[in-house]
Each structure stands twice: as structure tokens, then as C-alpha cells.
Design a protein around this ligand. Structure first.
Ligand code: MRU
Length: 361
């Protein structure tokens, strides 16, 4: 499998769906999130290397969006698998799935979607190659449609937690680009705005890759929501000033005990919120809950390249050559700091193991 990460750069277009299929149904089309907000560029990705690279380089990012993307990738790669022998076909598909899974380790939605596509293929194997491809084509669309519905339900539950005029602090980006349509952490705000409600949002810029600055402010401004960009180190002062009534963040993996992995810096926001007595909510679909993961210590945290801290987004290096860096992409917020986990099925409260198990009964 080649590691070419370019894909086909298509013309600049207006933003609609962030992930979908090309007209002929053979390639995955994404909005390249690494180019936003300066340019809205669509990429068509057809090879395993392009798909792997798109996840690794955060051209497609946000746990649910990565899951949806992986499902579409599996469908496109299945079409490229020519054998009529269903045993070989499934083996090929598993190989592609393992390859995609290796691109980023923390968000559970990736392996969840890959597993679901492989299971669908196995279930339809007796129908032969054509039957399997038809089933896979339906399944990836279903995964995206389910995500749209889940985000909408999460938005309704989340909106019930805040009042007109509230200040909300958010970290990273958990909006439409990271999911489908409304998003998770930004969903209640976008839904509320549609209903004429006003909020004041503080968006952490989210070092080092600036998802908050580049994507959250972009999405909220497009939705007509009052948003103020702050550096991550400023979260404490806006809380101390009394400007924040709730924190809303997304999640990449929720362990059975409620410990939650999300973008690096999230746990610092939770500690601050606890100190200033501000409710801290995690919002995410139930597909982000990993029932096989008992607690946060078991969540693998992705480590990324040093150059993201030192050079990326700077004209010249911002640290002496040879400096040692530590660049974890995520951290785990302890369940004791989480006021509630807002899912499409309702709001989970502590003790989380009990409420999570009940959710899946
Ligand atoms: O590294 P990223 O940009 O993929 O990290 C994204 C986050 O941490 C989001 O908050 C999370 O995936 C939830 S998106 C609904």
C-alpha cells in the first residue's frame, strides 16, 4: 500500500457535507479540514495510502467524522477487491481495516466503524461479492445517517442544560465538521441559535493544531453565534471573571468508569471548572463509549510529531534547535470532574459505570 497522501485536489466549493462519496461511488470525498478556514478544498481519496494519510494528517478529524470516513473507505476499498472468493474477500477487507485502524489510536469510532463494516460483509458473504458490496454501500450511508440523528438528539439534550444568555466554554472542535450536521459539543449552541437563543461562547484556540481557532470559531460565526477566541491559557481568567456558566466538550473515547479521552488540554479545563464550580459536560454519541475499556489508564494516547509544537503555523521555529518536546494529542479527564455525559439516549450521571451499563441494556 502506498503512502501517497495527496489525493486529488478538487475545485474550491462551498461547505456542505464534510464526508461523502464521489458521484461514481468509488472514492471518498472530504472537506480538507487542515486547509480551513483559509480555503474550502474538497479531496477525493481512492487509495488506501491517501485514506490513511487523510486521517493521520487531520484532513478528516473529530472522532465521529473519522468513523464515518472509515466506513466509506471500507466500502470503496471493498469495490477494489476483485476476488469472487468470499473467504479471500473478507481477508482483504480485514487487512484494509487493520491498516486504517493504525492511522490514529485514540478515537474508538475508527475501529468501531471498521468492525461494523467487516461484520456487515461477513453477514452478507453467502450472497456473493455483489451482495456484499450492496450491503456495504447501504451500511456506510446508514452510519452517517445515524450520526446525524444522534447529533441532533445530543443537541436537544444539551440545550436543556443551558439558558439564554449563558457563557459556554469549549475546547477543540466538536461541531459539524467533526461529525455530521449539528455536531456534539457545538450542537446545542447551533440548535439554540436556530431557535433564536443567544449565547456567548469562549473557544479555546487548542494548541498545537488550533482546531478551536481554525474550526470552532469558523463554524460558530457561520451559525451567527457570538464567539470569542481565547488562548488555552486564558480559560482560567474567563471562568474567574464569571463569564462561563458551563463547559461543553466532545470526546474520543469514554471508558466504562466515565473517564474520557478528548483533545489535549481538556482535562485542564475540567480541573479549572471544578475549582470555579462550573458544570463540565462531555457530549458524544454512544458509539464513543468503549465498553471494553474499564478506565482511562487503558486508553492509548496518540503521540504526535515535535514539529507541530515548534514549527507548524510559525514562520520560523519558535524554540531552539534540538529542544526536546512532548506532544500528546489527547488527555484523559477523570470521571470525578465530569458533571454529565450527554448522549443521544439521554444524560448520563455518576456513578458512570452503572449509567453506562444501563444505556446498553
Ligand atoms: O485531534 P482531533 O482534532 O481529531 O481531536 C478531536 C477532538 O478531540 C474532539 O473533541 C472529539 O473528537 C470529538 S468530535 C465530536
Amino acid at each position: 500500500m502506498d503512502d501517497d497522501m495527496d489525493g486529488t485536489k478538487a475545485a474550491e466549493t462551498d461547505m456542505a457535507e464534510n464526508v461523502g462519496l464521489s458521484k461514481d461511488g468509488k472514492k471518498v470525498v472530504i472537506i480538507d479540514q487542515s486547509e480551513l478556514p483559509a480555503r474550502t478544498v474538497r479531496l477525493e481519496l481512492g487509495t488506501p495510502g491517501e485514506m490513511f494519510g487523510a486521517i493521520q494528517k487531520l484532513k478528516v478529524r473529530g472522532a465521529p467524522a473519522i468513523g464515518i470516513f472509515a466506513a466509506y473507505c471500507m466500502y470503496c476499498l471493498a469495490q477494489q477487491t476483485e476476488t469472487e472468493d468470499m473467504e479471500d474477500f473478507l481477508k482483504e477487507l480485514e487487512k484494509y481495516g487493520a491498516y486504517l485502524n493504525a492511522s490514529r489510536p485514540t478515537a474508538v469510532n475508527l475501529s468501531w466503524a471498521v468492525r461494523r463494516m467487516i461484520r456487515t460483509a461477513a453477514e452478507h458473504a453467502p450472497k456473493g461479492r455483489r451482495g456484499v458490496l450492496e450491503a456495504l454501500g447501504r451500511e456506510c450511508v446508514k452510519i452517517q445517517e445515524e450520526d446525524i440523528a444522534m447529533c441532533r438528539a445530543i443537541s436537544e439534550y444539551g440545550l436543556g442544560l443551558i439558558r439564554e444568555g449563558d457563557g459556554i466554554l469549549t475546547h477543540c472542535n466538536a461541531g459539524p465538521l467533526a461529525t455530521s450536521r449539528y455536531g456534539t459539543a457545538l450542537g446545542p449552541l447551533i440548535l439554540g441559535a436556530e431557535r433564536g437563543m443567544r449565547f456567548k461562547v469562549y473557544a479555546d484556540e487548542t494548541r498545537p493544531l488550533l482546531q478551536g481557532a481554525r474550526l470552532t470559531t469558523y463554524e460558530l460565526m457561520r451559525a451567527g453565534i457570538d464567539v470569542t477566541l481565547i488562548c488555552d491559557s486564558m480559560a482560567g481568567i474567563v471562568m474567574k471573571n464569571g463569564w462561563v456558566q458551563a463547559c461543553f466538550v466532545g470526546c474520543d473515547r469514554v471508558a466504562l468508569n466515565g473517564d474520557t479521552a478528548n483533545k489535549i488540554g481538556t482535562s485542564s479545563v475540567a480541573v479549572l471548572a471544578d475549582y470555579y464550580n462550573i458544570p463540565f459536560y462531555v457530549l458524544g454519541p454512544s458509539s464513543t463509549i468503549d465498553m471494553d475499556c474499564p478506565c482511562g489508564e487503558r486508553i492509548e494516547i496518540e503521540l504526535r510529531e515535535e514539529e507541530e509544537i515548534i514549527k507548524k503555523y510559525y514562520k520560523e521555529p519558535m524554540a531552539p534547535e534540538g529542544v526536546t518536546c512532548y506532544n500528546p494529542a489527547f488527555d484523559v479527564t477523570d470521571h470525578s470532574l465530569i458533571t454529565g455525559i450527554v448522549t443521544e439516549k439521554g444524560i448520563l450521571r455518576a456513578p458512570y459505570e452503572k449509567s453506562i451499563r444501563k444505556l446498553f441494556e
